[in-house]
Design a protein around this ligand. Structure first.
Ligand code: FAD
Ligand code: NAG
Ligand code: NAG
Ligand code: NAG
Ligand code: NAG
Ligand code: NAG
Ligand code: NAG
Ligand code: NAG
Ligand code: NAG
Length: 620
């Protein structure tokens, strides 16, 4: 009897071994390409936000072998990565003088016709963990309508209610700590996850000016929300950060990587140049990828038995697809690339959230944030180092607003008439193919309708002691990410086409005026707020517009360049995120959003990656 049990066990182990591979290999970070296997079930391109989440889920099944190839390496837990207040010091925000680090691809968009020909940096993480290692740590979700639009555009199962379980699955939420008890920050437990690998929490410090902002919102009849994470974010609220409450440090998608898994390999510092295909009589199938350590270095190949999964982010995924022959056939043939699938949507439909910094002075008594006072700065740094308290635990603010158009301007009906009068193709790039125009027409109709929505935000208003920053959340403008070289080591040409649709300028003018309305509330007047930039010499709509063109910057929410849409609407992936016309190729990153939600992107990216790992037969 015992003998039979042991025999069964041995047979089971043998089966397991043969399924896992020819040999049981240890899970590891592979530094040399010669150390990887020749073939895996899944090859994931990009070990950033979405890539690490999906790798985690796929490799939970020990019989499934997974390789992640990431262009960057690990960070060294530098202060500018881990400490919240320094979280944007590593990002080249225009005008701040900051430069990108070795963890940033350091790409820049082409000169923008509507921004006095300025080029805007487009930072993006080149590091294991991707954007979550560089970002501003704001952790929020859009409204129900933001996600229901995706379903409305022809993607069954992509709505807020269907996504909520996956938003929660990625997250471990921690309620506000005792240090901020006096602020009565509320939350709804059902909107949050308890077992996910990204930590969400409130910092252990609230900027005193938050009190004035809360009161200013009350004065203006803006709803103060108990918790914005349940699909209603139209109002003002306390926002979460991707912040580990144990030590008040940044929480990243690196947490989704489990080095000890025997069936998971991570090859760092290697860049994928293209997907390889096998053409059968009836179809084309992705069978692996080509990669190398850099320009001129040896090209290597690895096979994917089941799928190649693109998770390179919204700026690189379209580049890889185009280099692989998937894109607009006119564009590809111009570059001498043989077309594998003619998909004009690749690299089209680029969207971002442009923002506008306006600056103010405030009574010295309330302005606790004087980092140029070396004494104060040193005191606050010690407070953080010793007790994990104080302003170093925060990003720029604690409390902000996401507002529907009608909450901040009386011109909604004018904007709707202007939008209705537009022909959808009018402001798209010349020679845009007809499927993309059709897809944009569908988006344009939704955008126009939702200008009057009471629940979907048109603009975000970020509040700090010395800034109010309106940011456009539902842009009408569309940009492009297109290669202009067959070398994978040349950057793709990024053309955000900010403000190419004049409605975007018009609503930003309204947002700018509302920032002044907020400053004029008695709550902000009590703390002596006075606009210093651009200052009160800027008055007419024309002057405001000029200021916007001079000053517009970005939240770096690159997205939508391989959109999940029906193919006749310019889609690149179907609602299971499979690339049209190819077997065994998926895209899972921020590229797949058909339209950006009115929210910072990371929580949504995590949710998409959890959802695609768990649903949609065939489950990977
Ligand atoms: C500066 C900045 C600030 C932001 N602030 C916020 C914020 O405060 N809150 C918020 O919610 N969101 C913010 N975001 C957005 C958010 O972080 C991103 O939307 C999200 O991380 C994108 O996830 P992803 O999986 O699509 O791509 P990424 O996380 O960027 O991952 C892509 C990965 O693929 C790798 N890669 C690319 N090309 C190749 C290749 N050819 N071969 C191999 N690997 C490759 C990259 O190196 C990268 O690691 C910010 C983003 C940036 C850049
Ligand atoms: C980005 O630029 C900075 C200098 O501005 C440089 O130090 C860094 O190495 C660059 N990053 C990459 C990936 O080359
Ligand atoms: C922007 O560049 C274009 C093309 O070079 C030029 O025609 C135009 O005058 C420039 N605009 C400004 C504001 O400099
Ligand atoms: C913070 O704590 C987490 C565990 O919760 C740990 O993984 C991480 O390395 C710590 N970070 C720093 C910078 O100490
Ligand atoms: C900030 O500190 C610097 C250096 O001590 C000082 O010169 C400056 O006046 C301070 N600014 C404010 C607004 O307190
Ligand atoms: C700088 O900070 C110290 C410590 O908080 C404070 O005593 C001092 O008045 C500040 N100096 C200025 C110029 O604001
Ligand atoms: C809209 O108009 C009303 C009446 O004139 C005014 O009280 C209100 O402040 C205006 N609202 C905005 C957002 O401008
Ligand atoms: C548009 O297409 C026409 C015909 O294919 C071509 O001649 C023209 O150069 C294109 N224009 C642009 C701006 O690409
Ligand atoms: C296109 O590529 C060439 C060389 O590869 C480069 O010099 C040029 O600046 C690129 N064009 C744009 C718009 O980036």
């Amino acid at each position: 009897m015992v003998f039979i049990v042991i025999l069964r066990l041995i047979v089971a182990l043998m089966i397991l071994e043969s399924v896992i591979g020819q040999v049981l290999f240890p899970g590891k970070i592979v530094t040399k390409s010669s150390d990887i296997l020749s073939s895996y079930d899944y090859v994931i391109v990009g070990g950033g936000t979405s890539g690490l989440v999906v790798a985690n889920r796929l490799s939970e099944d020990l019989q499934t072998t997974v390789l992640i190839i990431e262009a960057g390496g690990f960070d060294e837990q530098e202060d500018f990565i881990t400490i919240p207040i320094l979280s944007t010091a590593n990002v080249p925000i225009l005008g701040s003088g900051a430069k990108g680090t070795k963890y940033d691809w350091n790409m820049t968009g082409v000169p923008q016709a509507e921004l006095q020909n300025r080029s805007i940096p487009t930072p993006a993480g080149k590091i294991i963990g991707g954007g979550t290692v560089l970002n501003g740590m704001v952790y929020n979700r859009g409204s129900k309508e933001d996600y229901n639009r995706w379903e409305e555009l022809g993607n069954p199962g992509w709505n807020f209610d269907a996504l909520l379980p996956y938003f929660k699955r990625a997250e471990t939420f921690t309620p506000p700590s005792a240090e901020v008890a006096e602020w009565d920050i509320e939350y709804v437990p059902e909107y949050h996850g308890e077992h996910g690998r990204v930590q969400s929490s409130f910092p252990r410090f609230v900027w005193p000016s938050s009190r004035a902002y809360i009161n200013s919102m009350r004065e203006l009849n803006v709803p103060i929300l108990k918790d914005s994470m349940g699909g209603d974010d139209a109002g003002a609220f306390w926002f979460l950060l991707s912040l580990d409450p144990k030590n008040e440090t940044r929480s990243t998608s690196q947490n989704f990587y489990t080095p000890s898994r025997p069936n998971l390999h991570l090859l760092a510092n290697n860049q994928v140049s293209r997907v390889m295909f096998q053409s059968g009589s009836l179809n084309v199938a992705a069978i692996g990828v080509e990669f190398s350590t850099g320009k001129g270095d040896k090209m290597n190949q690895v096979s994917a038995v089941k799928e190649v999964i693109l998770a390179a982010g919204a700026l690189h995924t379209p580049q890889i697809l185009q280099l692989s022959g998937i894109g607009d056939t006119n564009h590809l043939s111009y570059l001498g690339i043989e077309t594998v699938v003619d998909l004009p949507g690749v690299g089209a439909n680029y969207q971002d959230h442009p923002l506008l910094v306006t600056v103010q002075s405030v009574d010295i008594s309330i302005n606790t944030g004087n980092f140029s006072n070396a004494t104060w700065n040193a005191e606050m740094r010690s407070l953080y180092d010793e007790k994990r308290e104080g302003p170093y635990t925060t990003a720029a603010g604690n409390f902000f607003a996401f507002l529907p158009l009608s909450l901040f301007t009386n011109s909604t009906s004018t904007f709707i008439s202007q939008a209705s009068a537009q022909s959808p193709a009018q402001y798209l790039p010349p020679n845009t193919s007809s499927s993309i125009i059709s897809g944009y027409a569908a988006q344009h109709a939704i955008l126009t309708r939702d200008l009057s929505s009471q629940s979907l935000a048109n603009q975000e208003f970020i509040f700090g002691d010395t800034v109010i920053i309106p940011s456009l959340q539902t842009p009408f403008s569309r940009g492009t990410v297109l290669i202009n070289s067959t070398s994978p080591f040349d950057f793709p040409v990024i053309n955000p086409r900010y403000l190419s649709n004049p409605l975007d300028v018009a609503v930003l003018v309204a947002g700018f005026k509302y920032a002044r309305t907020i400053r004029a509330t008695s709550a902000l007047q009590e703390i002596g707020v006075q606009e210093t930039y651009p200052g009160m010499t800027v008055q007419t709509d024309e002057q405001i517009e000029d200021f916007i063109r001079d000053g517009l910057n970005t939240e770096n929410h690159h997205g939508c360049t391989a959109a999940m849409l029906p193919r006749h609407l310019g889609g690149v992936v179907d609602s299971e995120l499979r690339v049209y016309g190819v077997q065994g190729l998926r895209v899972i990153d921020a590229s797949i959003m058909p339209m950006l939600p009115a929210a910072h992107l990371q929580a949504t990216v995590y949710g998409i990656a959890e959802k695609v790992s768990a649903t949609h037969p065939p489950r990977f």
